[in-house]
Design a protein around this ligand. Structure first.
Ligand code: MLT
Length: 262
């Protein structure tokens, strides 16, 4: 497993394929293994970089903000000599992708924003994160996994794709509770990026599961209205983890978008 030492921490990542750079950023509390089906599809014509964001997977746990995670990704790209790339993220990964664009627009060829949003948490949402953080630190990740799994999927996913539910449970329970706590703080304190959307000038693909209840379609429709020329693809029979629930539909959208840019 490759490890890069960047900005004082160790980041685990995968680097597969050759061609134009594509960086894919996972959600909370997941890790880079969620992109396996996308890597298989893309590595024939892209160099796909999938880091474990700080506090997740096999990367080091450290205090975190969304901006810090974006700076880690930029430092990783520098270490790997990738001047610019398509930056894509799902959910928390999408918060990081938007922050990355705000900080380093010249290093972004295209944006892919999947099951994410530009707005901040409500007060109730922040309180939920604070409770979840205490629970993770007190009990570990099993209870968090049970709560999350009840909300993540389209109604048809558990029966049709039980292996996806197990994969997601595996990622959640293997997340370090302190890493999860740091990410919860980072998400609760993140900046509102709504007013910034109209300043995005790169090609942007927005993807959302039809049944996403965590970052619902309305959030994606708002981003699509604000980002000039952006395209929105709705993934049928998918909830919040659309790339795992419906990898064929997700990959078709992603590959079609990337091929249009060449
Ligand atoms: C994620 O999937 O990254 C999280 O559900 C995002 C969030 O809680 O806002």
């Amino acid at each position: 497993m490759p490890i890069a030492r960047v900005r004082g921490i160790e980041l685990a990542y995968d680097d597969e394929g050759t061609g134009r750079g594509v960086v894919l950023l996972h959600g909370y509390p997941f890790n880079r293994s969620m992109w396996r089906r996308q890597i298989v599809e893309l590595k024939g014509f892209c160099r796909v970089i999938t880091p474990d964001l700080r506090g997740h997977g096999e990367s080091q746990v450290a205090p975190s903000t969304i901006e810090t995670m974006a700076r880690d990704v930029e430092a990783l790209m520098t270490a790997l000599e990738i001047p610019n790339a398509t930056i894509g993220g799902l959910s928390m990964g999408g918060y990081v992708a938007l922050a990355f664009y705000r900080l380093f627009p010249l290093r972004v060829r295209e944006l892919v924003l999947a099951d994410t949003r530009a707005s901040v948490d409500t007060e109730e949402g922040k309180q939920d994160r604070s409770k979840q953080k205490e629970r993770a630190l007190r009990e570990g990740m099993n209870g968090i996994a049970d709560d999350l799994l009840a909300k993540l999927f389209a109604p048809s996913t558990p029966a049709k794709h039980p292996e996806v539910v197990e994969q997601v449970r595996g990622m959640v329970v293997h997340t370090n509770p302190e890493g999860a706590a740091a990410a919860l703080t980072a998400m609760a304190e993140r900046d509102d990026q709504t007013t910034f959307l109209s300043r995005i000038v790169c090609s942007t693909l927005i993807i959302c599961g039809r049944h996403d209840t965590i970052t619902p379609l309305l959030d994606s429709e708002l981003m699509q209205r604000e980002i000039a020329g952006s395209k929105l693809v709705v993934i049928e029979e998918a909830g919040h983890v659309s790339n795992l629930e419906q990898p064929e539909q997700f990959n078709r959208a992603l590959v079609g978008f990337l091929q249009q840019q060449d």
